[in-house]
Design a protein around this ligand. Structure first.
Ligand SMILES: CC(C)(COP(=O)(O)OP(=O)(O)OC[C@H]1O[C@@H](n2cnc3c(N)ncnc32)[C@H](O)[C@@H]1OP(=O)(O)O)[C@@H](O)C(=O)NCCC(=O)NCCS
Length: 191
């Protein structure tokens, strides 16, 4: 893993440090911040979920947080290094739709943090971890074709476009990176 992306801890509690960010495993104490973020209309504009049903929404977040993901996977809460109490958003690395078999990477930030390169900065060490530590054969992302910011994050972290798919009945652009491509795409010494 490059020196500017430090991973610490065992598989179950891997944390990441980048130039501006700290990423730590999401806990139930992050639920209210996740709810507040999802209530910003632009945040869920391109993402399906139970956003309009308050109790289903809370249950969805809590279930995703407490799921027994495979070691080294799950959700990471993003915080600012300068202000670690501030919730910026999250990055995930989980089986697609929590079912699989493919493993997906995803990202979501509070709107006031958009446009500063923070999603890219947060996603990069998680993708590196997926190949460098977990040795996953492939990581995918499926993104609404109108979600230009998210498509750009996928490209900036080195994911390659593999065409379009139908996801929950909606068209999505499919991106992925294979472990054989990771060394070049992420600048790893070996993957
Ligand atoms: C997608 C999201 C995480 C991006 O966060 P971010 O911190 O703004 O992302 P970054 O700043 O790292 O990169 C965004 C890139 O997209 C570009 N971009 C953003 N909006 C754009 C638009 N409407 N048209 C073209 N490019 C756009 C930015 O210019 C930047 O590219 P650049 O560095 O080449 O200039 C954020 O918008 C978000 O949380 N959205 C809601 C949740 C979501 O949709 N998640 C993804 C589901 S697949």
């Amino acid at each position: 893993m490059p020196r500017d992306m430090i991973a610490t801890g065992s598989d179950a509690c891997t944390t990441f440090e980048t130039e501006r960010l700290l990423l730590r495993p999401r806990t139930l104490a992050d639920t209210n911040d996740c709810l507040l973020m999802d209530r910003e209309p632009e945040v869920t504009r391109y993402v399906s979920g139970p956003w309009s049903d308050a109790s289903a929404h809370r249950e969805f977040i809590e279930n995703r947080t407490s799921s027994p993901w495979l070691p080294g996977m799950g959700y990471w809460t993003i915080m600012l290094r300068q202000e670690p109490a501030v919730f910026v958003g999250w990055v995930l690395l989980i089986p697609v739709d929590a079912v699989g078999p493919e493993i997906e990477i995803g990202w979501r930030l509070r709107q006031r943090f958009w446009g500063q390169g923070l999603a890219t900065e947060a996603a990069r060490p998680v993708l590196t971890h997926a190949f460098d530590v977990l040795k996953l054969p492939e990581v995918i992302a499926e993104i609404d074709p109108d979600n230009l910011g998210s498509l750009r994050v996928a490209e900036k972290i080195g994911l390659k476009q593999r065409g379009a798919v139908r996801h929950s009945g909606k068209l999505a652009m499919r991106y992925s990176l294979m472990i054989s491509e990771a060394a070049t795409a992420l600048g790893l010494s070996s993957a």
